[in-house]
Design a binder for this molecule. Structure first.
Ligand SMILES: [Zn+2]
Length: 80
């Protein structure tokens, strides 16, 4: 995972990498605007770039952990 700025063209740190123009969020499918601040980049299978808005990263993580919790409850693994 890495974090990229959406404000590089507005005087952001030149060492930061910008979210590419046209990138869309893996979770909500909306694009990135200058006001979004940051985008999170994960590398998917075969190096596929998975871009996420910061709030979408939280929602996706929360959903994944909820699903894992349900699996652990159903399988009884949570009580081990
Ligand atoms: Zn999003």
């Amino acid at each position: 995972m890495s974090v990229h700025s959406t404000s590089l063209s507005a005087g952001g740190d030149p060492d930061e990498m910008a979210v590419p123009v046209g990138a869309r969020c893996f979770y909500c499918a909306f694009g990135f605007g200058a006001l979004d601040g940051y985008g999170v980049l994960w590398n998917g299978a075969h190096g596929t770039a998975l871009w996420l808005h910061t709030p979408c990263t939280v929602e996706l993580t929360r959903g994944l952990l909820r699903d894992v919790h349900e699996i652990l409850l159903v399988t009884g693994a949570a009580s081990r």
